[in-house]
Design a protein around this ligand. Structure first.
Ligand code: 5GP
Length: 201
């Protein structure tokens, strides 16, 4: 059995990444890794579903126990991918999506060069700001902080294997599945198929 594919999925906050992921998870069989974070839960977020919401002390303890595949600071909080959310699934042949920011994504690409990396961009910064305001979960100050962070992140998009523009949701989701399909057809993963085809030749 082939191992699962590790997918690094990054997009600045407000790019519609959450909606895109919800659609992707509806149609495909993926495990979306649940990260640990030290930020406070938003009103509709549930511990152990959206994130593991933990204290700074607990986060630092997990760092010292090498529990993370990667972790990074983002807007004054820690965010990290727990190894326990990744390797057990990959071993079982399940594809794992890491929804993480750029610094963490770079660390994963270094440690796991076989990972497929995708960056989602908004059609424009103006549209990004509009979406963040519409969401209404952050103050104006935090929104501007996130817009500045987003602009910095977007300039790293070229370091990813693929870029998707999330203008129309359906097109963006279709682009994701097109990438997955092409990745699964890569010749280096088709050893078993080739052997099967050549059987009794
Ligand atoms: P939010 O606070 O909007 O949920 O997330 C802020 C940023 O942190 C997003 O860009 C999100 O992708 C990123 N993030 C979430 N989990 C992780 C993680 O485990 N590691 C890293 N490096 N970034 C993460």
């Amino acid at each position: 059995m082939n191992k699962g594919m590790l997918i690094v999925f990054s997009a600045p906050s407000g790019c519609g990444k959450g909606t895109m992921l919800a659609e992707i998870l509806k149609c495909g069989n993926y495990h979306c890794s649940i990260s640990a974070t030290t930020r406070d839960p938003r009103e509709n977020e549930v511990d152990g579903v959206n994130y593991y919401f933990i204290s700074d002390e607990e986060f630092e303890r997990k760092i010292s126990e090498n529990a993370f595949l990667e972790y990074a600071g983002y807007c004054k909080h820690y965010y990290g991918t727990l190894l326990s959310e990744v390797d057990d699934y990959l071993e079982k042949g399940i594809d794992v999506i890491l929804e993480i920011e750029v610094k963490g994504a770079m660390k994963v690409m270094e440690k796991r060069p076989e990972a497929v990396s995708i960056f989602v961009v908004p059609p424009s910064i103006k549209e990004l700001r509009r979406r963040l305001k519409k969401r209404g979960t952050e103050s104006d100050e935090v929104i501007e902080e996130r817009v500045a962070e987003a602009a910095g992140e977007i300039s790293s998009a070229e370091k990813y294997d693929y870029v998707i523009v999330n203008d129309a949701l359906e097109d963006a989701v279709n682009d994701f599945f097109a990438i997955m399909r092409a990745e699964k057809l890569k010749s280096e993963l088709s050893g078993d198929i080739i052997n099967e085809v050549l059987k009794n030749a």
